[in-house]
Design a protein around this ligand. Structure first.
Ligand SMILES: CC(C)(COP(=O)(O)OP(=O)(O)OC[C@H]1O[C@@H](n2cnc3c(N)ncnc32)[C@H](O)[C@@H]1OP(=O)(O)O)[C@@H](O)C(=O)NCCC(=O)NCCS
Length: 153
C-alpha cells in the first residue's frame, strides 16, 4: 500500500547509514546477497567511505539509496532502490539528478547504467532521465539479460 511521503532529503550516506543501505541493497538483490554477504557489505562500506552512495531520508528514515562507481572515464550507476510503498514520488529521479550534478562537478561527461530487460519501472526511469540504450548483456546479474544505458552529461 502507498504511504504518504513527507519532505525528502537527499544526502551522502554516512557510516551510520551502513545498515540501512545494506537492508535496501538486500531488497534489491536478494539472490545475489544470499551468496555474497561479505562482498556486499564490503562494497556498501567502500561506496559510503568513497562518497559514492547517496541516501534519501524522509521522517528521519532512509527510504532509498543509490550507489555508483566508475567505469573507464565514466560514472557507472550500480544500484538504486526505493522502498516499495514510497515509489512514484520522484525519489529515484531526485537521486539520479544529484549524481548527475556530482559527476558534472567532478568533470565526468557520461553516465552508464544497466538494468534487467524485464525491469519495466527501471527502464522507464532511465528513459525519463534521458538515458539511451547502447547495449545488451546476456546472462548478467542473477543470470538475466540486461540493457546497458548511457547518458551524456
Ligand atoms: C526503479 C525505481 C528505482 C524507481 O523509483 P521511483 O522513486 O519510484 O521512481 P520515480 O518516482 O523517481 O520515477 C521517475 C520516472 O521513472 C518512470 N517510472 C518509475 N517507475 C515507473 C513505473 N512503475 N512505471 C512506469 N514508469 C515508471 C516514470 O517516467 C517516472 O516519472 P513520472 O512519475 O514523472 O512519470 C523503483 O521502482 C525501485 O526501487 N525498484 C526496485 C529496484 C530496481 O529495480 N532498481 C533499478 C535497478 S537497475
Amino acid at each position: 500500500m502507498d504511504r504518504p511521503i513527507g519532505e525528502v532529503l537527499i544526502r551522502y550516506a554516512r557510516s551510520n547509514d551502513v545498515a540501512a543501505c545494506i537492508r535496501l541493497s538486500k531488497c534489491s538483490w536478494p539472490g545475489w546477497w544470499a551468496n555474497n554477504t561479505q562482498q556486499g557489505s564490503r562494497h556498501i562500506r567502500e561506496c559510503i567511505r568513497g562518497r559514492r552512495c547517496l541516501v534519501a531520508v524522509s521522517n528521519r528514515e532512509v527510504i532509498a539509496y543509490l550507489v555508483w562507481g566508475t567505469l573507464w572515464n565514466k560514472i557507472h550507476l550500480q544500484d538504486v532502490f526505493v522502498q516499495a510503498p514510497l515509489r512514484r514520488h520522484g525519489v529515484a529521479r531526485a537521486l539520479v539528478e544529484h549524481v548527475i550534478a556530482i559527476a558534472k562537478r567532478q568533470g565526468y561527461r557520461e553516465i552508464m547504467s544497466d538494468c534487467d530487460t524485464i525491469n519495466k519501472p527501471s527502464i522507464a526511469l532511465h528513459r525519463r532521465m534521458g538515458f539511451g540504450r547502447c547495449g545488451r548483456i546476456t546472462k548478467n546479474w542473477d543470470n538475466d539479460d540486461s540493457y546497458v544505458f548511457s547518458k551524456k552529461i
